[in-house]
Design a protein around this ligand. Structure first.
Ligand code: TYM
Length: 315
């Protein structure tokens, strides 16, 4: 552990292929800042289990997401990369938190309310999702949590849960703050709404050029305007407004040309990361997770030794 640095924690679910919303919303800002912090980046596999019940897919997604982390620029020697299920202290602490959190409080969580509204099965894991996320964050004395806007409420929950524990059993947990970057807090999808796996409006980060082209071509454009805002709002993630101004001026009224320019710019941006990703083997992934898991368990166990004593279960 590096002393003196603030502690950063974030995680992504291995619930499907990462998209450019994940990349620009959290991974790119993370890569830009993580070396200035004592950084922990988790694979939230137990969160993914709330929705994904196909073991082969979950396994493949876990291997993929670790490759993605490294391909976008996280160095496992400089950040602790680990898998949630390798650190049983996360689920242990979740249980203890469950005993001070009210069900009325959890019923207010946006992600749960949204999923229910869309008719998704609401298992107890989904309901308890913010409590597990609070355990993820609080176990590591986290100062900042880089996330997209959709996770803001969950970080607020982590703060509330820390306070609840601390007032019940004494000051064991630090209150973390979310770090949300303006301009990329909600990356739009091909329909202009928030890009999300569950809305089917994503552009895959590590898709083939053809897959990316297909997704870009499906961007919904408003035929009444001169410039397709849904295309532009995605394009501006890859190029500056200054660089894009002449392109959109030249392509006025020609939406196909703007989409083609976006495909080319996305491809140029993604190709080097895709190449790096191909060089990361399964053995590399296993080694990263093995080493990361070991270190994460050490930190988490130290915290849980204190927590078990505080709640009265240590003898
Ligand atoms: P998940 O896997 O849904 O999303 C991973 C990260 O990507 C961000 N994101 C976006 N940002 C901007 N625009 C978008 N369209 C967009 N879509 C997704 C999310 O905000 C998130 O930062 N519960 C978390 C995983 C998690 C976690 C944690 C995060 C588990 N434990 C502890 C931080 C700390 C989740 O489901 O993220």
């Amino acid at each position: 552990m590096i002393r003196g640095k603030q502690k950063l924690f974030t995680g992504l679910q291995p619930s499907g292929a990462l998209h450019i919303g994940n990349y620009f919303g959290v991974l790119k800002p993370l890569v830009d800042m993580y070396e200035g912090f004592d950084s922990r980046v988790m694979v939230a596999d137990y969160h993914a289990l709330t929705t994904l019940k196909d073991a082969d897919k979950l396994h493949a997604n876990i291997m993929d997401i670790v490759r993605d982390y490294v391909a976008v620029g996280l160095d496992p020697k400089k950040a602790l990369i680990f898998k949630q299920s390798d650190v049983p202290q996360h689920t242990e602490l979740t249980w203890i938190y469950n005993c001070v959190v009210t069900t009325a409080f959890l019923e207010l969580a946006h992600a749960y309310k949204d999923k229910r509204a869309r008719g998704l099965e609401s298992n107890a894991g989904l309901f308890d999702y913010p409590v597990l996320m609070a355990a993820d964050i609080l176990l590591y004395d986290t100062d900042i949590v880089p996330v997209g806007q959709d996770q803001k409420q969950h970080v607020e929950y982590a703060r509330e849960i820390a306070t609840k524990f601390n007032t019940t059993w004494g000051e064991a947990f630090k209150e973390p703050k979310e770090k949300i970057l303006e301009g990329v807090a909600i990356v739009p999808g091909t329909d202009g709404k928030k890009m999300s796996k569950s809305y089917g409006n994503t552009i895959p980060l590590f898709g083939s050029k053809d897959e990316i082209a297909k997704a870009v071509m499906s961007i919904i454009t408003d035929s009444s305007g001169e410039s397709p805002s849904n295309v532009y709002n995605i394009h501006r993630l890859f190029k500056s407004e200054r660089e894009l101004a002449p392109v959109y001026k030249a392509n006025k009224g020609n939406y196909k040309a703007s989409k083609e320019a976006l495909i080319q710019d996305a491809e140029e941006f993604i190709a080097p990361m895709r190449k790096k990703r191909e060089s990361i083997t399964d053995a590399d992934v296993r080694e990263i997770l093995h080493d990361g898991g070991e270190k994460a368990r050490e930190i988490a166990e130290e915290k849980m030794t204190d927590v078990r004593r505080r709640v009265g279960v240590s003898i």
